[in-house]
Design a protein around this ligand. Structure first.
Ligand code: B12
Length: 214
């Protein structure tokens, strides 16, 4: 059985071979969705340590890049476990993207894998997306939900501007907005004008499913 704390440790120490060996062994356990989500949490904690070490000057940008590459490989391997198709056949549409100024996309991609597997039609517009890109996609697709991702503190301003842009374009009504990423909080969510916030993709998915059932 995988010990999640060991994964957090190996990832934060950037021991790529060790991490990948652990992940491959984990997949042999035939993990259910809950175990896969626990693994995601452990990986997220490992990335937080990487971030802290970067802030302290022990790690450099190259280390952030490397950590991102390791986690992307991890997600690729565990995709079958986190993207488990259910019988629910939800028909909702989601427009998803990382907001202007922010290039981080691993968390967004995790949410996309989970939501797609759950039956949502996800339109991912990518990273560093300006207000107009979200507004145009919402106008075109007429989604039930718009998801914004961002891990920089600055992303919160971009999220607010994006919601303001939707209001200006008269597209905010009949649309649920959820924000995700490290800096989001209840206060930030209220200030941005979102309907929900989360720092956990599985929780975000649950919120979206509840919205569709109403
Ligand atoms: C990897 C990484 C990078 C990689 C990103 C690679 C990639 N493809 O994404 C690279 C090297 C590109 C990078 C660059 C930079 N980074 Co960086 N990075 C990180 C790091 C270590 C991990 C991020 C990550 O992937 N976390 C793991 C994922 C799984 O977690 P998550 O994003 O929170 O996502 C989860 C949930 O939040 C949720 N979720 C996320 N989005 C959404 C959306 C929706 C709709 C929903 C429902 C859910 C959801 O689901 C996910 C799974 O549960 C963080 C540290 C940290 N604490 O996060 C720093 C961090 C975010 N980076 C930081 C910095 C400073 C930078 C740079 C400025 C460095 C530099 N000097 O160049 C640049 C900025 C580039 C830019 N303009 O965006 C700072 C930000 C500080 C701040 N307060 O703003 C951090 C916090 C590190 C630190 N402690 O200093 N970075």
């Amino acid at each position: 059985m995988m010990e999640f704390s060991k994964l957090t440790q190996a990832l934060s120490d950037l021991k790529d071979d060790e991490v990948l060996d652990m992940i491959n062994d984990f997949m042999k356990e035939d993990p259910d969705e809950q175990r896969a989500n626990e693994l995601m949490k452990a990986a997220q904690e490992g990335m937080a340590v990487v971030g802290d070490r970067f802030e302290r000057g022990d790690y450099f940008v190259g280390d952030l890049i490397f950590a991102g590459e390791i986690l992307t490989e991890v997600i690729d391997i565990i995709k079958p476990a986190i993207g488990v198709k259910t019988q629910q056949n939800i028909k909702g549409k989601i427009v998803l993207g990382t907001v202007k100024g922010d290039l981080h996309d691993i968390g967004k991609n995790i949410f996309k894998i989970m939501a797609t597997a759950e039956g949502f039609e996800v339109h991912d517009i990518g990273i560093d997306q300006p207000v107009e890109a979200f507004v145009e996609k919402v106008r075109e697709i007429k989604p039930d939900i718009m998801g914004m991702s961002g891990v920089l503190t600055l992303a919160l301003d971009a999220m607010k501007m994006t919601v303001d842009g939707l209001v200006e374009a008269d597209l905010r009504e009949n649309l649920k907005v959820i924000i995700g990423g490290n800096p989001v909080s209840k206060d930030a969510s209220e200030n941005i004008g979102a309907d929900a916030f989360t720092t956990n993709a599985a929780e975000g998915l649950m919120i979206c499913k509840e919205w569709m059932q109403k």
